[in-house]
Design a protein around this ligand. Sequence first.
Ligand code: FPP
Length: 243
Amino acid sequence: MDSAPRHIAITMDGNGRWAAARGLPRSAGHKAGLTPVRLCVEECSRLGVEALTLFAFSSENWSRPAEEVASLMGLFFEAVEREIAELHRQQVRVRFIGNRQRLSVRLRAQIAAAERHTADNAGLKLQVAVSYGGRWDIVQAARRLAAQCASGALRPTDIDEDRFAAALELGGLPDADLLIRTGGERRISNFLLWNIAYAELYFSDRLWPDFGKEELADALEFFAGRERRFGLTTGQAMKARGP
Ligand code: FPP
């Protein structure tokens, strides 16, 4: 049995409902969502999880009211500014995935600085998905490889699953083993389509700001109880895993 995931991905859903239930603006829910982000980073570091990827803002979220988009962009900027020293102290390596062209020059500069600052850290690999969509990711990987074929650097027959995966935003990281989604919805919503091919899916009814240590432990316990066969029979999978 695989008891610990190497790579956890989380769709942090339910901030708006959390705020509405308290008569607060949606932005207050997003702000409250930073607390479980800190907790998950600390816990994953403590447990020796290799990678944690958080879905903070999707390609589709650009269509939200301008005021909410602006408040989220402001929150990302402030969070990076405020948290980067602590993340660095924890040896976390931070990277952002998604379409940066749509971000402000100021935010782009801020996240590039955070990535440079933590690039050599050997601890948890933290990926924050902002302006990210799984289909966008696949299309931009296809474009990159097509450009290499057009320039003669690559032959179409050289493209296999490994090379394709390497051209994706999470190239170089193991596939996600466990995908957690809070907020009660049971769908993928265009997150990491390629990289979750064999992920175990854990859905929690908790709203993201209420997601705590116990809920993360529940998700890890669920994962530890799964038999991961990757398309093999139980007997084959047991043999492949070894003693
Ligand atoms: C989805 O809840 C949540 C978001 C769109 C924003 C998530 C962002 C954070 C928690 C901040 C994290 C920041 C960093 C830098 C990691 P929703 O608004 O869709 O909630 P609802 O379904 O209740 O409306």
